[in-house]
Design a protein around this ligand. Structure first.
Ligand SMILES: [Ca+2]
Ligand SMILES: [Ca+2]
Length: 320
């Protein structure tokens, strides 16, 4: 308990009031398209196996601006197999009746099997300290994938499970394959949109990472940029703009092959919220299961999804 909380408790005790401090807990599962291996049904842990994962949470820059001090347990970073860690993600609590207000955040580590682990304990239970039990929406954010948000769920001290991998009929807020839903990959500049062609394209962001690398003395477009960078869209520890295994392939294919892009328009924009410069189709809501609502954009979204999240536009290039 923090010192301020303890002092508050003492004051309440003196006043004869029984204090109530509560935590709420959560178990959550999600898949990142960039790291997903359709053969195994798991995600790759290349960043971990190459010792590229930062030991402290990496979301302390725009648009995330998260200042938490989570540090990964050394035991967690050496864990192998299905529960090996893939990357860091942010887990946020939003109001039950909207998504524009950030109530609480924690940084968590994502395992190959999709479960989120507490960075300190390595256990599959996330705790939001000082949050009263009640109904909340759960937002999942990743540094180069589109976010997702759940509909309202009841949280208490006993962990509530929220599964973001469950495929929902006609839900296009996530990439769907093999009956599973994955967060869309390709948002290199973390502005909530995957743009493969036209203005503000993520392709240019990716190229900028490669060309401005100090070691790329001749500014070659096919330079192999090794490391933990937001432009590494398939999370294999290498940012490639040209040549085999390029990250551009994933970035360009998602807009063109998006289910709402019936004409395969090159300038289609994938945004959570079904926003597009080319095609706008109203989302279909399946209330039979826990749906994943749209977090951004949402020119066509209905009342079920609340208002679009107010998120500042990030700086052009974050070399993270
Ligand atoms: Ca983008
Ligand atoms: Ca890559």
């Amino acid at each position: 308990m923090k010192a301020s909380c303890l002092l508050f408790a003492v004051l309440l005790f003196i006043a004869g009031i029984q204090p109530t401090f509560a935590d709420v807990s959560l178990q959550a599962r999600l898949l990142l398209q960039g790291a997903y291996d359709a053969t195994t049904g798991l995600m790759r842990d290349d960043l971990r196996s190459k010792n590229l994962l930062p030991s402290t949470q990496p979301y302390n820059y725009q648009p995330f601006n998260y200042t938490g001090a989570e540090t990964a347990s050394p035991d967690l970073l050496v864990r192998e197999g299905d529960t090996a860690v893939v990357d860091w993600v942010l887990v946020e609590l939003r109001p039950a009746n909207g998504n524009e207000t950030l109530l609480a955040s924690v940084a968590a580590m994502l395992q190959r099997d999709g479960w989120l682990a507490d960075p300190h304990s390595g256990e599959g239970k996330l705790t939001f300290a000082g949050v009263n039990p009640g109904d909340y929406r759960i937002a999942i954010r990743h540094r180069n994938h589109l976010p997702a948000i759940s509909q309202s769920v009841a949280l208490g001290q006993a962990a509530t499970m929220v599964d973001f991998t469950t495929a929902v009929a006609d839900d296009i807020s996530r990439y769907q394959t093999q009956g599973k839903a994955l967060l869309w990959a390709g948002d290199a500049d973390a502005n909530g949109r995957i743009i493969g062609s036209g203005p503000d394209t993520d392709v240019n962001t990716l190229l900028g990472f490669v060309l401005t690398e100090p070691d790329n003395l001749n500014q070659l477009a096919n330079y192999r940029l090794d490391g933990y960078y937001n432009a590494d869209l398939n999370l294999d520890g290498v940012t490639l703009f040209a040549g085999p295994g390029t990250d551009v392939t994933l970035l360009k294919s998602n807009p063109i092959l998006h289910p709402s892009n019936a004409s395969y328009s090159l300038n289609f924009v994938v945004a959570t919220g079904n926003e597009s410069t080319a095609v706008i189709t109203p989302p279909v809501v399946d209330t039979a299961t826990l749906n994943i609502a749209r977090l951004f954009g949402a020119a066509t979204q209905g009342a079920d999804y609340g208002e679009p999240l107010k998120t500042p536009v990030p700086a052009p290039t974050m070399r993270k």
